[in-house]
Design a protein around this ligand. Structure first.
Ligand SMILES: Cc1cc2nc3c(=O)[nH]c(=O)nc-3n(C[C@H](O)[C@H](O)[C@H](O)COP(=O)(O)OP(=O)(O)OC[C@H]3O[C@@H](n4cnc5c(N)ncnc54)[C@H](O)[C@@H]3O)c2cc1C
Length: 415
């Protein structure tokens, strides 16, 4: 049996490790365009020089040897032929497979704004190559603009603060009324807004980029950005963090089903074609590290004949620690805030600790825990054990771990 895995990141690496654990004998081939293994979640530490490439690596130095994985690195898959069970690489090499895991992740999406795409001082943030370009340009910039204040945009700003000096101005534009609109409400956002202010980052909320103005001397370079309100922001570097798109181009000659978000998978990680599986960002659904890992373990278990399904997973679950202020967010905050039927419980203190749970009919739809995260374990337990929170007779924020020993068979709490 030959397993092939496409991608060497959260899903590909964890999937390969799980396959080897379950199947000691079969051949495992891992192909990736990346020639290094690194965590994208800490790329901002690379931009800020806090970590070097080795310190971004999340596997042991002997990972491939120990797990007997043949890693074909620095090569791109350009086609997958499902009927022939073949993968074609950019250099023309053909790799045969018996079963394949597609873990090719996603790439930054540069929106179709006038003059923006393809310009030499426009960068997305997804890879080490992007970081190198950002660092190189940041060193010679007087003005930097980050577009999009989601997790990636915020990471970019935090990383770029390293280059901050009196001459450099960093601006952040976001079309929502708050930072991290999928993760935070306005109150939790303000905590980070204040920190941006302290660090002299210009924050422009409720605003959209309308057009990029090109340099007269270098027409492939942008010199300023025009916002909807007519504001013009001069810029030497534009980091675009306005979303991602699944890496599925190489599937266009295959019968593997792809929808407008990405690869279509069932709860076992199977595609519509036998022996072809997928995991992680390539599905275009819930692009977070922990989900990619879990999906890869589910998919590769099924590849090895061990039945597993994705269960009880909050698609939107993020933790962040910008400016050393930790926050856990569960659920899609945009959806939660627009849902007027949700009931809200809040607990806050004057030390900046903030807890909010949004629920309906006993079911938790979303939550924010900022500052002291000690409650997050309890919250995760409540969700995992499918507790009907209406049957909890204690105030929701007073529950502690000992209470979980008092759950009755029907999952009601007993006090
Ligand atoms: C800056 C940044 C910060 C983030 N912060 C967080 C965070 O704090 N918390 C969190 O949960 N998530 C975070 N994420 C998201 C998280 O990194 C992703 O969800 C995760 O990396 C997805 O893993 P993946 O294996 O599915 O895909 P990816 O990480 O996208 O990896 C895809 C792999 O496939 C390879 N590949 C792609 N196309 C091809 C091809 N055609 N041929 C061969 N190889 C190919 C690539 O080289 C790569 O090795 C962050 C992402 C970024 C970019």
């Amino acid at each position: 049996m030959r397993y092939v895995i496409i991608g060497a990141s959260a899903a590909g690496i964890n999937g390969a490790e799980n396959l080897r654990r379950l199947d000691k004998e079969s051949e495992i081939v891992l192909i990736s365009e990346d020639d290094k293994v690194y965590s994208r979640c800490i790329l901002h530490h690379y931009i800020s020089s806090k970590r070097d490439v080795e310190e971004l690596n999340f596997v042991d130095p002997d990972f491939f040897e120990k797990n007997k994985i043949n890693w074909i690195k620095g090569k791109k898959v350009i086609s997958l032929l499902d009927e022939k069970k073949e993968i074609i690489l950019s250099d023309g090499e053909i790799i045969k497979f018996d079963k394949v895991l597609i873990a090719s992740g996603s790439s930054p999406f540069i929106p179709p704004i006038e003059n923006l795409r393809g310009k030499k001082n426009v960068v997305g943030l997804k890879s080490l190559i992007d970081c190198e370009k950002i660092i190189e340009l940041a060193k010679i910039s007087k003005n930097i603009l980050v577009v999009g204040a989601g997790l990636i945009g915020m990471d970019a700003v935090v990383g770029l603060l390293h280059f901050k000096n009196n001459d450099l101005k960093i601006s952040l534009v976001e079309m929502s009324d708050r930072l991290l609109p999928l993760q935070l409400d306005k109150k939790a956002s303000i905590t980070y807004e204040k920190k941006l202010q302290e660090n002299k980052v210009e924050l422009i909320l409720n605003s959209k980029v309308l057009k990029a103005n090109l340099s007269k001397d270098e027409p492939d370079k942008i010199e300023s950005i025009l916002l909807e309100e007519g504001i013009v922001i001069p810029t030497d570097l534009i980091v675009v963090a306005t979303g991602i798109r699944a890496n599925v181009d190489f599937l266009k000659d295959s019968n593997v089903e792809v929808d407008k978000l990405g690869l279509v998978l069932n709860e076992k990680g199977e595609t519509n074609i036998k022996d072809i599986y997928g995991a992680g960002d390539v599905s275009g659904r819930g692009p977070i590290w922990s989900k990619a890992v879990k999906e890869s373990i589910v998919a590769t278990s099924n590849m090895a004949g061990v039945h597993r399904v994705m269960d009880d997973f909050f698609v939107c679950k993020s933790t962040m620690n910008f400016f050393n202020i930790p926050t856990l967010s569960l659920g899609n905050m945009n959806d939660c805030l627009n849902n007027t039927e949700l009931k809200i419980d809040i607990l806050e203190d004057d030390k900046g600790n903030y807890k909010k749970i949004m629920h309906k009919d006993g079911y938790i739809y979303g939550a924010i825990i900022q500052g002291d995260l000690s409650y997050s374990g309890i919250l995760t337990q409540l969700i995992k054990a499918d507790i009907d929170i209406l049957k909890v007779k204690k105030p929701i924020f007073s529950i502690d771990y000992s209470d979980f020993f008092r759950i009755k068979k029907d999952l009601e709490f007993e006090f």
